[in-house]
Design a protein around this ligand. Structure first.
Ligand SMILES: Cc1cc2nc3c(=O)[nH]c(=O)nc-3n(C[C@H](O)[C@H](O)[C@H](O)COP(=O)(O)OP(=O)(O)OC[C@H]3O[C@@H](n4cnc5c(N)ncnc54)[C@H](O)[C@@H]3O)c2cc1C
Length: 511
């Protein structure tokens, strides 16, 4: 391929970027450039499912931290992927859709065309599920690039946890990640033949031979090129030099829930007052850029085990429970997972937890919202990330209610053979409501499900229209986790694939 011009420039080769580049380049008349800040080469441990926690802090992680949180007075590690596959190359490989009510909530806040039924063909198109005989073929994909399936070799903590949940009255979900069910079940994992399948593995690497697709790794997009309200292309840094690439049809931001708003802000597209504060010339006053950051905070009960817990061979958490703490909730509002290692936050110091396991709880429909802001005009400076966990009044009480649900499961007979004692929070944590709230605040971790910072909508705080074009700018769209108007009741990766699949149809139609 020669010449500087492309039809589409996709920025960020993460989950969304890999899907977009692969789908847009299916049409051999279309020339696509994909830019990625991180490396082209995968780290060897990426392929090894149980090794995923070791990728945090590696060169494949931007290794951000939040600003100090009101909840715990401390910063919170905020990992996100960097390199081909983005976060899908370092994530925990749960591959679940949210409950259908999550997406219908998007449609009801201005995301016309983004309800569950509208997204379903795109979920289906993205995946090939294992165990097809027990799946609803109208719901699950049988020919998509991403291979997913439940744990082949099941961990005994997951099996005992599932039995414990059912024994205290939770229902069995036959396909917990399908989007229609609530309850507990074996979730799908993005693992095939014992190896991680990132979006780079499933979508991008197989099509790298296409002559109409160019991938530039180790390449940081530094600024969008604007002429009035028209986006013409992008400035990027590669091998220490600045270059420009021009797009004939569209620049598509797929840099993730932190990277996409950060690049818009560096390009002068965002809230005017903030841009002035950090010395960036405001070109388009778009107040919603970087606002509405949502995430799933998590906490857990940690148990010392009676005996050695076998090492996990999958992702350390194979069973998911999607449950409601309040009957009146619009959908499942917490997720419970059985984790085959003891887990706690850095903000909760204490002795080594030794041999054990965790019943993890995560808030799925938090009302707290935060921000991504620039710390200065330089693209080298890390952004200021403030999720404002537990600042909405109901969020802390919902996670406390989830801890009560988890404890009932943790005390149930099927876990007797594993349970020596509950070490966290331990008896002191259950003294009263305030002790439990304090425990949840101090044992605060992120589930790394960031979204919402360039949300879909038609109001003045929305960043993109339902067709994903940026308000007030032509030739520019966003298509990644940042467009989710509100949180979904599941891990976010499968949903990002569906967003990008639909985006490829919407954006491809503009060629
Ligand atoms: C540790 C961890 C565990 C997780 N576990 C799970 C899980 O088990 N299941 C699940 O469903 N979800 C999980 N997630 C979340 C899920 O992986 C993400 O929601 C999803 O991958 C986000 O996709 P994205 O395309 O929006 O962003 P990303 O996949 O993060 O991609 C953004 C890409 O853009 C690149 N980029 C950013 N800025 C620039 C720039 N200026 N120029 C060029 N490139 C740039 C980045 O390097 C990155 O490659 C996890 C995430 C993390 C970090």
């Amino acid at each position: 391929m020669s010449g500087p011009d492309y039809d589409y420039i996709v920025i960020g080769a993460g989950s969304a970027g890999c899907v977009l580049a692969a789908r847009l380049s299916e049409d051999d008349r279309v020339r696509v450039l994909l830019l990625e800040a991180g490396s082209f080469e995968p780290l060897p441990t990426m392929a090894v499912p149980p090794a995923w926690p070791s990728l945090g802090g590696s060169e494949a992680d931007w290794a951000d931290h939040t600003v100090p949180q009101i909840a715990n007075g401390d910063t919170v590690p905020f990992p996100r992927g960097r390199g081909l596959g983005g976060s899908s190359s370092i994530n925990a490989m749960n591959f679940l859709r949210g409950h259908w009510t999550s997406y219908d909530a998007w449609a009801s806040v201005g995301g016309t065309g983004w309800g569950f039924d509208a997204l379903l063909p795109y979920f289906v198109r993205s995946e090939t599920v294992a165990d097809q005989a027990r799946r609803d073929p109208g719901l699950r994909g049988q020919a998509g690039p991403q291979r997913v399936g439940p744990a082949v070799e099941r961990h005994p903590i997951s099996s005992a946890g599932l039995a414990a949940a059912l024994s205290v009255g939770h229902r069995l979900a036959r396909d917990v990640g399908g989007g229609r069910e609530e309850g507990f079940g074996w979730g799908d994992l993005s693992i095939a033949d014992g190896r991680r399948q990132s979006a780079a593995d499933s979508y991008l690497r197989p099509v790298l031979v296409r002559p109409n697709l160019r991938v530039l790794a180790d390449t940081m997009a530094t600024r969008l090129l604007l002429n009035g309200d028209r986006c013409l292309g992008v400035e990027y840094r590669h091998a220490g030099h600045l270059h420009e690439a021009r797009s004939r049809t569209e620049v598509v931001l797929a840099a993730g829930a932190v990277g996409s708003p950060a690049l818009l802000l560096h390009s002068g597209i965002g809230p005017r007052a903030h841009l002035q504060q950090v010395g960036v010339r405001a070109l388009v006053d778009l107040p919603g850029v970087g606002a509405n950051l949502h995430d799933h905070p998590m906490c857990g009960l940690v148990y010392r085990a009676t005996t050695t817990v076998p090492p996990g061979v999958n992702n350390h958490g194979e069973v998911q429970g999607l449950v409601r703490t309040h009957r009146a909730s619009t959908g499942p509002d917490v997720q419970i997972q059985f984790v085959d290692v003891p887990l706690r936050a850095p903000s909760l110091p204490g002795p080594d937890l030794g041999e054990g396991y965790t019943i993890m709880v995560a808030l799925m429909l938090p009302e707290s919202r935060g921000t991504v802001r620039l710390s200065g005009g330089s693209t080298e400076a890390p952004p200021l990330i403030d999720p404002r966990y537990y600042t909405a009044p109901g969020d802390l009480d919902t996670i406390v209610a989830a801890l009560h649900l988890a404890r009932r499961i943790g005390d149930a007979a099927p876990l007797d053979r594993w349970r020596a004692e509950e070490v966290l929070p331990g008896p002191a944590g259950w003294q009263d409501l305030e002790s439990l709230r304090a425990y949840a605040r101090r044992n605060l971790r992120t589930y790394s499900h960031y979204g919402g910072t360039c949300r879909i909508g038609t109001d003045e705080h929305a960043v993109v229209s339902p067709d994903l074009t940026v308000h007030g700018v032509t030739g520019l769209s966003v298509a990644d986790a940042s467009v989710m108007p509100c949180p979904i009741s599941a891990n976010t990766n499968a949903t990002v694939y569906a967003i990008a699949e639909r985006a490829a149809d919407l954006i491809g139609a503009r060629f």
